[in-house]
Write a protein that binds this ligand. Sequence first.
Ligand code: SAH
Length: 219
Amino acid sequence: MKKSMKRMLDEIEREAEYTRSLTGRKRFSSRVMAAMGKVPREQFVPTDLRVYAFDNGPLPIGYGQTISQPYIVALMTDLLELQADHSVLEIGTGSGYQTAILSLLASQVYTIEVVQELGEASARCLQELGYTNISFRIGNGCAGWPEHAPYDAIIVTAAAAQVPQPLIDQLTPGGRLVIPVGLPYMPQELLLVKKDLQGEIHTRDILSVAFVPLTGGEP
Ligand code: SAH
């Protein structure tokens, strides 16, 4: 493993421990950390920013959007508690980095991006890197992707004013949704929404985060 990758993983582990009282987890699962160690993050950032690819911070990817901070990617992924046979929906493909992590942990990934250029570029990048279990769609993800529902897990990587009801509807009983909720350009709250086996919804605040807003209008 490259030194820079090892440093990134160490920083994620340090931050996980530091935030354990908020997140309820002292460390992330070894499956999640193994996936974080496998995906070449430098392939998902603009060429001129590659020297920063393994820093534990977000980076601009054009179109006013960002690739999320590695610690946040690991945390959100860990909260999903993915299993190898799971089907997962991602809203906000962006660079495709989070998509790649999901692809290593679930059986099928459905990902939606509203900015056509970003969606097409990340689809190309992920295909070239050999990720095959990903279906891409360009459009507003707030309505989910009903044709492939229900999902064992749903992850939203842009901030919503409130949890979009279609996403809750498209969650399987026992499923988990991770989503930042709050006002644009203000700290938002990362929520873990669980649908239990009876279909009841349970929501937990995890910690404050800063995401770009969901665009295109929420339902
Ligand atoms: N997980 C991505 C995060 C990218 S930032 C990464 O780490 O690279 C959030 C992304 O959500 C942006 O690419 C933005 O264009 C996209 N987005 C914003 N609103 C959306 C919507 N309504 N539907 C789908 N994608 C959306």
